[in-house]
Design a protein around this ligand. Structure first.
Ligand SMILES: *Cc1c(COP(=O)(O)O)cnc(C)c1O
Length: 446
């Protein structure tokens, strides 16, 4: 069932093979360097790439651009309170702006910050505040074949071990990322959230939830955690977030907007501190880097994100893509996460040696053979780590249709057919900062 229809459309085309070959070569075999027009189906990210509803577009026109105390801020504040249960909120231009505001306030030199898995901008902001970001995923989180309902969970023993090793006083907060984006979009259970909250209380520190995909996470909880089988996604989201002392949010995910983010906190003193930093880096506390109209669209988007029909179809489309790929024999990370399907490049292009970026080789091939833009999240994006060679196909919200999904599956199946002839790659130019190399480095086939 599909509970929405298209009222405005955007044209897209599959450029002919020859054009794609020229474009990818000119892009240095890095899909970040491609013009979006050269792409047929863009699965680079689900961040800010979704489709707004007519209600959201209508809300844009209500935008009140008053510098201070706009009615758009009030609409946004009401939505955050009603959907997420937080009274104190400061907008930010996007998720990383919110991270800078909260983490710059909470963390200092020498701190150790546990997170089920740090998203890349999160890691950077924790480090920027002088603290040491430590990932505490559950054991099977990065295993593409391990079964598990909540492979996104936080390993509490890992946090306890950090407290023993460094002293509880060096841990300023526990951070829980829902869903766990860097671990294949796997969900976190409410049970795990309660345990994390209890541990945070024991350590006398706040529990921070990175809530980017809180609605998708709630959908998984409904499916997989018996206690919530009859609850609505909206009720589950409220329950899960009720254990958080603060949230950071990128509205470009489950806010269903093209830009925006925020920090919400419970403690009035922390709120005062956060506001001071927000003014410095984002803007006055009632707009924080967002236009009034964007706050309006976000207020509507947040409410839509927790509608059962919407989120069932959203996560269902991702699952359908995963099922179809699996049926076509394409190796994927299982179970499928909320926002993306991850291809297992090691298995898919086994002839490409580990030193020649098998994930990137697969990304290039998906573009060459079908005009599909994916992103590598293996040894090219994360040099020097032992992460599996995964390629992410992230689905923009409410954007692509079944025909597009079919095309992606056909493309992946075609790549699988020709896997023997897929070349490896070597880097020919890269930026000084290795951590950011996958955004701009240029490669060539070996
Ligand atoms: C996207 C994301 C962020 C950062 O948000 P931006 O809006 O891209 O700055 C932080 N944490 C997680 C888990 C994310 O997925």
């Amino acid at each position: 069932m599909r509970s929405y229809l298209s009222k405005m459309v955007s044209s897209t085309r599959l450029p002919p093979r020859e054009e794609r070959e020229t474009a990818i070569e000119a892009a240095g075999y890095n899909v970040f360097n491609l013009d979006a027009e050269a792409v047929y189906i863009d699965l680079l990210t689900d961040s800010g790439t979704g489709t707004m509803s007519d209600e959201q577009w209508a809300a844009l026109f209500r935008g009140d651009e008053a510098y201070a105390g706009s009615s758009s801020f009030s609409a946004f504040e009401d939505a955050v309170e009603s959907v997420m249960g937080f009274e104190h909120v400061v907008p930010a231009h996007q998720g990383r702006g919110a991270e800078n505001v909260l983490y710059g306030t909470l963390f200092e030199d020498g701190d150790v910050v546990p997170n089920n898995t740090h998203f890349d901008t999160t890691r950077a902001h924790v480090a920027n505040a002088g603290a040491n970001p430590v990932d505490c995923p559950v054991e099977d989180a990065m295993d593409p074949d391990a079964p598990g309902d909540f492979k996104g969970n936080l390993d509490l023993d890992c946090v306890r071990a950090l407290a023993d090793e460094h002293g509880a006083e060096s841990i300023p907060a526990i951070v829980l990322t829902i869903t766990n984006n860097s671990a294949a979009g796997q969900p976190v259970s409410v049970e795990n959230t309660r345990e994390a909250s209890a541990l945070a209380e024991e350590l006398d520190v706040p529990l921070v939830v990175d809530a980017c995909r809180f609605a998708e996470n709630a959908h998984f909880v409904k499916q997989r955690e018996a206690e919530f089988a009859n609850a609505s996604v909206a009720e589950i989201a409220r329950e899960q977030l009720s254990y958080a002392d603060a949230v950071v949010m990128s509205a470009k995910k489950d806010g269903i907007t093209n830009i925006g983010g925020f920090v919400a906190v419970r403690d009035p003193d922390l709120f005062e501190q956060v506001k001071q930093r927000a003014i410095l880096y984002e803007g006055f506390t009632t707009y924080g880097g967002m236009a009034g109209r964007d706050l309006e669209a976000l207020a509507v988007g947040l409410r839509e994100a927790v509608e059962d029909e919407y989120v069932t179809q959203r996560v269902g489309q991702t699952q359908a893509l995963g099922d179809a790929l699996d049926a076509a024999g394409v190796p994927i990370y299982q179970p499928v996460g909320g926002h993306a399907v991850y291809l297992d490049a090691e298995k898919m292009v086994p002839e490409v040696p580990a030193s020649q970026f098998p994930g990137q080789a697969l990304v290039v091939e998906l573009y060459r053979q079908g005009g599909v833009r994916a992103v590598e999240l293996g040894s090219f994006a994360f040099p020097g780590t032992d992460r599996p060679e995964l390629v992410r196909l992230a689905l923009p919200r409410r954007t692509y249709h079944r025909e597009h999904i079919d095309h992606v599956v056909e493309t992946a199946a075609a790549v699988l057919e020709t896997a023997d002839s897929v070349p490896g790659y070597e880097i020919v130019a890269e930026p000084p900062n290795e951590e950011l190399r996958h955004f701009s480095a240029e490669l060539k086939p070996v």
